[in-house]
Design a binder for this molecule. Sequence first.
Ligand SMILES: [Zn+2]
Ligand SMILES: [Zn+2]
Length: 328
Amino acid sequence: MFFKKVVKSKSELRYDIINKDWVVVAEGRGKRPEDFKKKKTDEAIDNMPCAFCDYFAQEKFRDKNFVVIPNKFPAFFPQKNNLLKTDNALFQRLPSNGFHEVVVFNDHSKQLTDFSQIDWEELLGIYQQRYTELSKEKIVNYVSIFHNHGKMAGASLIHPHSQIIAIPFFDKDLSISLNSSREFFKEKSQCLFCATNRAEKSVQTRIVFENSNFLAICPFASKVNFEVVISPKNHLPYFEKITKEEKSDLAQIFGEVLKKIGYGLEFPDYNFYLHTSPCDDKEYSFFHWHFTIMPRISVWAGFELGSGIEIITMPPEKAAEYLRKIKI
Ligand SMILES: [Zn+2]
Ligand SMILES: [Zn+2]
């Protein structure tokens, strides 16, 4: 169910000329600097009346499991122009053109760890359907699908929801991942992710769960404790082309892995996000889509922020062994 409404807010992209990266400055409606004081931020989240529950109070949405709505405070929204503004060579801005949607779950207190196989299949179907629709938009070259659960993961509302952002460009992280995959393919005539999955299968120590079509592993060089990557066993560059059978297997493995993390680690906050081939009509047959789940058990400290080198305290082999043993 998609609920269409044009929303406007103050938002722009600014170019970080030092790190060669873009950031979004999206001014929350009516927010004052004082609203960012720590105590106020926590209180605001805890005491906020739930706007999402209001949707499902309406007759037409009452029986739906999910509703897709435009984000009330979008980081990206459709704009008339897409022109670069240069204050001077050091200060460059772009309108934050694109789409920012929220997939809201019906039940305020039902988390993904409570989801049945059917719930998961429906949610993945919505991701696929919205991906397909948004990728048809002329200005859209990349669609990002992600889910924030809990304050430590950046969720500003308790009510469970995923987000979909469709934008004209993709970020540095995905560029690096695409470039490594392209180079590996050129050199070895095989996919980097397929090769990694084969190696993980022979080593076995970092496997968390697997079914016919998917493999879940704690990556060899995990960036956070208990990080899990779920990827297809077959070489698949485009998430939106997922079949019914693959969706059913993805639903199963996603449910199992999140439950293992939840039951095993006392339901920590977490993020997950999809990395798939951009929809900019270029060739990405070398890429392999995957979901990354990042539990928010510890926060990044100065060294991580200053050097870009993450320190983890739980070796991925031990994390995988622990999660493997958690009974659902
Ligand atoms: Zn709610
Ligand atoms: Zn592959």
